[in-house]
Design a protein around this ligand. Structure first.
Ligand code: THU
Length: 134
C-alpha cells in the first residue's frame, strides 16, 4: 500500500461523510505494520457538539477490531484549500493507539496541491498517554 493509495482510501472514506451541518467532509485512513488499512469519516449530529471526527472514527473502528499498536501512517483529507491537520482531540486519540505500539506515525495532511508530512510527535509534543500512567 503506497502513500498515494492511503490518501485515496481516505478520500474514498470521505464520500461516506455525514456532515450536513458543516458541509466539511473529512476522510482518514490508518495504515498498520501488517499492511492493513482502516478508514473513517466524520459523523455529525443535530446536537452539533457531538460530531465525531474522521480520525477518531477510524481509531475507534480499528481498536474495536482489536488493534493495540502498529500504527505506521495516517492520511487525512478535507475539502479546504490547505492541507488538513488533525484537531487537538484527534491528536490525543491517535496518540493512544500509537503509544500502545511504541510508534510515531507519519501524518499525511492532504490538501489539493500539497501533502504536508508531519510526525504525530510534532503535532502533539510532550504527549500524555498510557505510558504516563505507568
Ligand atoms: N473534523 C474532522 O473530521 N477531523 C479533524 O481533525 C478536524 C475536523 C470534522 C469535524 C466536523 O464534522 C467538521 O470537520 C468541521 O469541523
Amino acid at each position: 500500500m503506497t502513500d498515494q493509495e492511503l490518501i485515496d482510501a481516505a478520500r474514498q472514506a470521505a464520500q461516506h461523510s455525514y456532515s450536513p451541518y458543516s458541509k466539511f467532509p473529512v476522510g482518514a485512513a490508518l495504515r498498520f505494520a501488517d499492511g492493513s488499512i482502516v478508514t473513517g469519516t466524520n459523523i455529525e449530529n443535530a446536537s452539533y457538539g457531538l460530531a465525531l471526527c474522521a480520525e477518531t472514527v477510524a481509531v475507534s473502528k480499528a481498536m474495536a477490531d482489536g488493534a493495540r499498536g502498529g500504527l505506521e501512517a495516517v492520511a487525512v483529507t478535507g475539502p479546504g484549500t490547505d492541507p488538513i491537520t488533525p484537531c487537538g482531540r484527534c491528536r490525543q486519540v491517535l496518540n493512544e493507539l500509537a503509544q500502545l505500539g511504541g510508534t510515531d506515525p507519519e501524518i499525511l495532511c492532504v490538501g489539493p496541491d500539497e501533502v504536508r508530512r508531519l510526525r504525530l510527535s510534532d503535532l502533539l509534543p510532550h504527549a500524555f498517554g498510557p505510558a504516563s500512567l505507568a
